[in-house]
Design a protein around this ligand. Structure first.
Ligand code: FMN
Length: 327
């Protein structure tokens, strides 16, 4: 997959509850070369759960998406992977297996990063899924399970042997959750350990971080999660930094509010009247703007596109007043 990642160097990470079609569309517009779906439960799909299937839709303007599956039963994973491939055809870029999620409700069932504790089972899953589909199969995992015990390079070799065509590495231990900082050198050690493309992930917050991550680790692509929350412009900045060009300026207040409005409309088109999942995005877009702290409570009462528009109108007026007073 080296050729693929030569043209797909900037990826939006899978984020449950965040990386839906609306957010993905905006990140693609700003320069993300590929996005991942929210993680999809293999068990949920096997029960023909409509809500789960909904996660597989392409975003407006998206040609392809990577689908991330979670689960721990090789047969279920393989069967659902095959179903996804049949359903999505060419719009499926590749299938990724989640081996990094540290959330208690996931690892307690043996899914997500719990698989790092059982590399033999993790390898069986990759083998079973790779046998079941024609598209590439990739994995996403962490530096290791236990804090201080870096198993990622050895784990990476096993996944490569099992048929993983690329791998994304988040430089934190599962036990760390999101504490501390990502150790990029762990990504460099994985890169040395395997021949398949390695996607570096963790703590890319500015455009320059993307270039620094590549320089430090030699990774083939850069994956961004939290840095893009309320900030899809990070992709344009990272793209420029990777090309060695000056980064575009950070967006002004008007641009931020205009994008937040579009985000709400895209969500409305997907979800209908109730877009409560916009609340967290709105808070991210608006954080730091004049009047934003006071608007928090209102945002948490918003349900529809119109409700959000009202808050955006108020904040825009507040920002304009603020700008006039400081001229
Ligand atoms: C809200 C949220 C949801 C996430 N959901 C997933 C997920 O579904 N699958 C996954 O592999 N990682 C998930 N992650 C982890 C991210 O993909 C990424 O590995 C991690 O946040 C580190 O990257 P960052 O420093 O750029 O945020 C999630 C992270 C956050 C903050």
């Amino acid at each position: 997959m080296h050729a693929f990642f030569q043209t797909h160097r900037l990826l939006l990470a899978p984020m449950a509850g965040v990386s839906d079609e609306a957010f993905r569309a905006l990140c693609r517009e700003q320069g993300a070369d590929l996005t991942y779906t929210e993680m999809v439960s293999a068990k949920g799909l096997s029960y023909a759960n409509e809500k789960t299937r909904h996660l597989l839709h392409l975003a407006p303007g998206e040609d392809q998406v990577a689908v991330q599956l979670f689960g721990h039963e090789p047969d279920t994973m393989a069967a659902q992977a095959a179903w996804i491939e049949r359903e999505m055809g060419a719009s499926l870029a590749y299938l990724d297996v989640n081996m990094g999620c540290p959330a208690r409700k996931i690892v307690s069932k043996g899914d997500g990063s719990a698989l790092m504790k059982d590399p033999a089972l993790a390898a069986s899953i990759v083998r079973a899924v790779a046998r079941a589909v024609d598209c590439p199969v990739t994995v996403k995992f962490r530096r290791g399970w236990s804090e201080g015990v870096e198993t990622a390079p050895e784990f990476a070799r096993r996944m490569e042997d099992a048929g993983a065509m690329a791998m994304a590495v988040h430089g934190r231990y599962a036990e760390q959750l999101y504490r501390g900082s990502a150790e990029w050198d762990a990504i460099a050690r994985v890169k040395e350990a395997v021949a398949v493309p390695v996607i570096g992930n963790g703590d890319v917050r500015r455009g320059a971080d993307a270039a620094a991550l590549v320089a430090r680790t030699g990774c083939d692509a850069v994956m961004i999660a939290r840095g893009a929350e309320g900030n899809p412009w990070l992709f344009a900045q990272a793209k420029a930094a990777l090309a060695g060009e000056p980064e575009p300026d950070a967006p002004g207040v008007e641009e931020r509010i205009a994008l937040a409005r579009r985000h709400a409309r895209l969500l409305g088109a997907r979800e209908g009247k109730n877009i409560v999942r916009m609340r967290k995005h709105a808070a991210w877009y608006l954080s730091g703007l004049p009047g934003a702290a006071a608007a928090r409570g209102k945002i948490n009462g918003c349900v529809s596109v119109e409700d959000f528009d009202e808050v955006f109108d108020e904040l825009l007026a507040c920002a304009r007043e603020h700008a006039a007073a400081h001229e």
